[in-house]
Design a protein around this ligand. Sequence first.
Ligand code: PHE
Ligand code: NA
Length: 455
Amino acid sequence: MSLLRESSQGVWGSRWTFVAATAGAAVGMGNLWKFSALAGANGGAAFVVVYLFFMVLVSLPVLIAEVVIGSRGRANPITASQNLAREAAVSSWWQLMGWLGCLAGLCILSYYSVMAGLGIAHIDSIFTGQFKGLTAAKVGEAFNQLLADPWQLALWHSIFLALVVLVVSTGVERGMARMARIILPVFVLLLVIVVLYSNRMGDMAAAQQFLFSFQWQAITPEIVLAALGQAFFTLSIGLGAMMAFGAYMPDGRSVAGLLSAVVLIDTAVALLAGLAIFPLVFSLNIAPSTGPGLMFVALPYAFGHIEHGELFGGAFFTVVALVGLSSGVALMEPAVAWLVERCKFKRLFAALTVGLLAWGLGIVALLSLNEWSDVRWLDRSIFNWLDYISANILLPLGGLLIAIFVGWRMRLEVVRDEFYKHSGVVFVLWYWLLRYIAAPAVLLILLLPLYRWLV
Ligand code: PHE
Ligand code: NA
């Protein structure tokens, strides 16, 4: 059987386009909203240290494995995993990898869009100076009012999804990669400026103490699971998005170095976001466990108190929305690529279909922030369940399947071939990490709650 060596949708122009597009898919609301909320709720340093540990030992190897699958399979995640399972002569059950991924992508896109929509809402309110001189309490009140209004949330959620559909329907190369090359550097620059402001206005010492002074005893199984989930979520791995990206990889390029750069960029952005948000959190006496409010209170407060804050803050949130947009595109890509390649949908129609499904699920998610906030099960709202199941269970499960498939099922020559003549040591190190560290670690952590539930 011959594999499709050229994806039907073209290849990346250059390796930098590939890095920019991949980093664009990785960097997003997850680095701002989710990283700060999780670090705040899970005791700061205990979470951050475990998270960094997983990034290097688990997420990077799995990211490389995922791109290897994509560049070997040269197709959407479902078709790629079907093809590769056949090539490796293993059970066709392995296509579950692709199906689970599309499901996870759809679930995440739904509530991700609600959060990114909040980002868009802030472009408007900051540009028009609504936070000028407000106290932190007033900014918090404004945010709670926004959360309490389903119509507002639905409006911004719809706008965000419409933008994602627009970009996805124009095609990968043209729509997104070009944009990421410009947006990412600008975003990092603006973020550094916010950190400097935050250093002046806030309590940087308390923030650093909170984020980096680490104690072994503080680690709990919940923190470990949350850190693992975030290490997958933030790199956009475990759902086939990065497979789709690998599928557009030009032949003959080595991936390990390029993907390490992606991990570095994403980690730097998350830590910078922490250093931008937490100094304000501590100087304003906001509880670190507040949740999404952390970023949406601390940052607008800061922009309301610096000179030309409306302009600068408006620009900042515009870039945040654009960065979120490229992540939204990555979330939609697996399912859309499948509909286009397998079901022969037109790209626009495929994007509309996935967009509509995510929109409906997103409406349910946003209603659970207000009208249905008392619909809870085991102390989690619908919104939180969607997030918990997709980020903490589906993504690690997808990552586990990817690690086992590439590490233990694909033929060694095939894997090595996709690695493209990279220095032997790097290949051996990666392969070893994937087989003996990443796969067992994820398996163990996923079984942990099960074990505790049984005894
Ligand atoms: N990694 C993105 C972020 O940090 C979110 C995402 C997850 C995007 C999974 C695509 C797939 O914002
Ligand atoms: Na990220």
